[in-house]
Ligand binder design. Structure first.
Ligand SMILES: [Zn+2]
Length: 145
């Protein structure tokens, strides 16, 4: 338990500048000096602007040709293909004619189903910190630590 540098009492300590030196003191003793790290109400702890570089996902430009040629390779007509996707034929038609890019979730589905690449990240992802699936890390493990 840390104790106050001035009076030796334990408890909540703050860093205060007292007579030229920075000490860890209790709140009572802090009044004799200048508190260094008191929380400042209304001010963010870190003034650094937030910079998130979330990679923007986009459907590749030639999605129409990719989907169409792959569907044809699989000998599926638009109707069967639409059923497979659980989507409307009109959507398949719109995608294949290049009038309507599939939304990312559908594009992902198409990628898996057709084994083609339809989604690209606009920004390069720097590092992937994916939790390995099935690693066995549970909330219980977390609480044990
Ligand atoms: Zn004290």
């Amino acid at each position: 338990m840390p104790v106050c540098d001035m009076c030796g009492s334990s408890g909540r300590l703050v860093r205060a500048r007292i007579e030229g030196s920075t000490l860890s003191v209790c709140e009572a003793c802090a009044r004799f000096g200048q508190v260094q790290d008191a929380p400042m109400p209304g001010k963010a702890a870190r003034p650094r602007p937030q910079q998130f570089s979330v990679p923007k996902e986009e459907v590749v430009e030639n999605y129409a040709a990719l989907i169409k040629s792959r569907r044809e390779q699989l000998s599926l007509n638009q109707e069967d293909f639409a059923k497979m996707l659980n989507e409307k034929v009109s959507l398949v038609h719109a995608m294949e004619s290049g009038h309507h890019a599939p939304p990312i979730p559908l594009a992902r589905k198409l990628e898996k189903l057709l084994k083609i690449r339809l989604v690209e990240a606009e920004e390069k992802e720097e590092a992937k910190f994916e939790h390995p699936k099935g690693a066995g890390f549970t909330m219980g493990d977390f609480l044990k630590k």
